[in-house]
Design a protein around this ligand. Structure first.
Ligand code: SAM
Length: 263
């Protein structure tokens, strides 16, 4: 790996280690039962489509790997429904919290600090690989997708979400972001890429977004590729606006593009 990709990856690790994804839903001290309950409530209030899209109850008895499991909120849903679960994340902080969370519920988990681009598993180890909002944060996304393919059993399934370039957020937000940059810094050239990056916070070092056509190319080694589009609910929006936007807009121009496919 080039030094610049190495540096970028260590910036990605530091960023997410300092604020594991999901901690934004609560102000409680990290690691308590109440903390995890708050995180879980916040996640499925803002992502109500997730239980169905991720098929939490569909993998009893299957070996499931989550790449970039964050606090393990989705991972524990699969485990509660009797999947045998493994979670990896780049950050030690997330993995510590995942272990605490599973211990609190007395559920087994193999949770490891690992890099999606170099998964520490033998070929054909898993029946399912799930990853939600992760692979667009790693410098070499295509390498990570090859790793997913490698560790999946023949016939195994993927459920993976990447940010969606053909989305309302990009169409409306990019020109506004450029204009804001122009007013603040006199330089409007920080365009779409910068706008994707700041979705996860102003200091987030890396975020990318893809079209369905991009994903057709990136996931060409998988079969039966199917896509769906979703958008999280912003609590600041009036419920009626959220309801209309979830029903009418999210399915075609939401910011989350999900691929489901088989090896
Ligand atoms: C936006 S959070 C999503 C976490 C979780 N999937 C969720 O939806 O709450 C991105 C996560 O990806 C992880 N990540 C980024 N690059 C990674 C890599 N190369 N390998 C493993 N995890 C990575 C980060 O540490 C962070 O936990």
């Amino acid at each position: 790996m080039q030094a610049s990709a190495d540096t970028l990856k260590s910036e990605v690790r530091s960023y997410w280690n300092a604020q594991p994804c999901g901690t934004q839903f609560t102000s409680l001290p990290w690691g308590s039962r109440e903390f995890f309950a708050d995180v879980e409530r916040g996640r499925y209030a803002s992502h109500p489509f997730l239980p169905e899209v991720a098929e939490f109850k569909a993998f009893a008895g299957k070996r499931l790997l989550e790449v970039g499991c964050g606090l393990g909120t989705d991972l524990i849903q699969f485990a509660r429904a009797c999947a045998s679960v493994t979670g990896v994340d780049l950050t030690p902080q997330s993995i510590e919290l995942v272990k605490t969370r599973f211990a609190l519920e007395g559920l087994p988990v193999d949770a490891r600090v690992s890099d999606a681009e170099n998964l520490p598993f033998a070929d054909e180890s898993f029946d399912v690989v799930y990853s939600f909002g992760v692979l667009h944060h790693t410098p070499d996304t295509e390498r990570a997708i090859r790793e997913v393919h490698r560790v999946l059993k023949p016939g195994g399934r993927i459920i993976i979400m990447l940010y969606h370039l053909n989305s309302m957020r990009m169409w409306l937000g990019t020109p506004l972001h450029r204009f804001k940059q122009l007013l603040e810094t006199g330089d409007f050239r920080k365009g779409a890429e910068d706008w994707i990056r700041v979705y996860d916070g102003a200091q987030n070092p890396l975020g990318k977004a893809y079209t369905q056509r991009d994903m057709e190319r990136m996931f060409a080694a998988f079969h039966d590729r199917k896509y769906s589009v979703h958008h999280p609910i912003r609590e600041s929006l009036p419920p009626i606006v959220s309801a209309v936007s979830q029903r009418l807009l999210a399915p075609w121009c939401g910011f989350f593009l999900v691929i489901k496919a088989r090896k």
